[in-house]
Design a protein. Structure first.
Length: 109
């Protein structure tokens, strides 16, 4: 089998999937509000799953080495985990913010 470096279509698809993770984070951050940022973080996490699937397929097809696979897989899991923690943090923050707004509305009535 030929390695990924000589398969330009596959390499381009692989690169686009990887870039999608950071692109979604950047785009969501620019909305300047947590609900939209959370939505785009979720897209980034989904892209991480797609990337992970691609590296599994590439390793099975012998297009990347086992060492490259292990490195990329571990980084992908780490990215997904940290993104999930950030999503959870922001969701909790938004819940607390809504609760405080209700309390202040009640106090001001």
């Amino acid at each position: 089998m030929e390695p990924i470096r000589s398969d330009f279509g596959l390499k381009d698809q692989f690169r686009k999937t990887a870039m999608s993770m950071s692109d979604n984070i950047a785009e969501g951050f620019e909305y300047n509000n947590n609900p939209d940022f959370i939505r785009f973080l979720t897209y980034a996490k989904s892209s991480s799953g797609e990337f992970r699937n691609k590296i599994i397929n590439l390793e099975e097809a012998k297009k990347i080495s086992s060492n490259d696979f292990k490195f990329l897989y571990e980084k992908c899991i780490e990215f997904s985990s940290k993104t999930k923690h950030l999503i959870d943090y922001l969701r909790n923050f938004e819940k607390k913010k809504k609760t405080l707004k209700k309390v202040f509305r009640t106090l001001s009535v």
